[in-house]
Design a protein. Structure first.
Length: 372
């Protein structure tokens, strides 16, 4: 028997995240025909303007699910082969033996072995993943930098490989999804952003979702505060930011309502075919950007609790903003949460993020939202 929504518990759980140190957050939870929306805290620390549940927000790597869906649609149309070598389509971007060995599927599930380009594009982050030696200077330096995807892809392709094509575990890398954007452009003749907008965003009827072309979030939105592990104190607002540094990997702007609508339609087989959805749910072990081994499909990530049905979705983080969207396998229970502070955790002497009260409060919110 499904747990009905409990607005009082959900309101309390959201408020607890705010009290734990999150400036502002907002969420939508669905259970069948029941819908709860809630928010706590402020959208602007300077003015005290409150957050509201209808705000638009940068949702980071949730973008990858949209990009993956657009690629699977082209697979269905015969323009892309899921197990075809990327070198067949993009020989200049991934030349030689690697281009012949890396398939489209390996890009989608992060088993290509291609390295993350970000530490090369952002020099102060070159020490990743040894966080103790990083600094946030590059975040400011690149606030209005307009990157071209091919220069970022080249950084990732020419960096030392992090694995062999198809090897396990894979390693999560934004380079993979910039290549998928280039692939969409190659086979459709339209920019990846146009292809994803037309075939995924508009097809799903998402009225408040877009891949931005400039540095601004239009419409009602929160400021977005980055702490970079306590090195930016007080946290700095990065809500105005050119998102070409991640493009079809993590640039999406959306709302919690649109995210729930998208994942509900996707898991109902209404964005891609049921057979394509089955491919998206075939998982492999992947080392996440936090260094944990997770199960990862084709732009979809499962989450399970003991004795519970699996949830499918994705999380995302960019400078100052984060989001998580999860939908139960049967499509009935859904959650989308957006937060406006990133990386408040201080680092220990080994350079590992220390626990922060926000972490436990968010976990409690997720449990309340997903399981009642």
């Amino acid at each position: 028997m499904r747990n009905p929504l409990d607005p009082a518990k959900l309101n309390a759980a959201v408020e607890n995240v705010h009290r734990a140190g999150m400036p502002g957050l907002f969420a939508e939870v669905r259970d069948g025909d029941q819908v709860w929306r809630g928010a706590a805290g402020v959208a602007d620390l300077a003015t005290g303007r409150p957050v509201t549940a209808d705000m638009r927000h940068r949702v980071g790597s949730i973008t990858k699910t949209f990009t993956a869906a657009a690629v699977l649609q082209q697979v269905e149309g015969g323009l892309i082969g899921l197990d075809t070598a990327i070198g067949r389509y993009l020989p200049r971007l991934v030349p030689g033996e690697r281009g012949a060995a890396i398939t489209v599927r390996m890009l989608l599930n992060h088993t290509s072995g291609l390295a993350e380009y970000l530490p090369r594009a952002y020099p102060s982050l070159t020490a990743l993943p040894v966080l103790a030696d990083t600094g946030p200077q590059s975040l400011d330096d690149n606030r209005l930098t307009r990157f071209h995807p091919t220069e970022l892809i080249e950084m990732g392709v020419t960096a030392p490989a992090v694995g062999v094509p198809g090897g396990a575990p894979g390693v999560y890398s934004n380079t993979n999804y910039l290549l998928l954007g280039a692939l969409l452009e190659q086979v459709t003749g339209a920019a990846a952003e146009q292809c994803i907008t037309r075939n995924v965003i508009e097809r799903a009827g998402l009225r408040h979702t877009e891949l931005p072309t400039g540095p601004y979030v239009t419409g009602p939105h929160s400021q977005m505060y980055e702490a970079w592990f306590g090195m930016i104190d007080p946290p700095r607002d990065y809500s105005v930011y050119d998102m070409s540094w991640v493009g079809p990997a993590a640039a999406l702007i959306s709302t919690v309502t649109d995210l729930n609508r998208f994942f509900g339609l996707l898991l109902a087989g209404e964005i891609v075919s049921p057979s394509s959805l089955a491919q998206m749910r075939r998982t492999v072990p992947v080392v996440s950007q936090e260094g944990r081994v997770i199960e990862y499909g084709l732009g979809l990530h499962p989450m399970e609790a003991p004795g519970q049905t699996a949830f499918w979705g994705h999380g995302g983080m960019v400078w100052g903003a984060g989001a998580l969207a999860m939908t139960r396998a049967d499509g009935k229970r859904q959650m989308a949460v957006a937060v406006n502070l990133q990386r408040p955790n201080k680092l220990d002497s080994a350079g590992k993020p220390q626990p922060h009260p926000i972490d436990d409060a968010l976990e409690a919110l997720y449990r309340t939202a997903m399981h009642g």
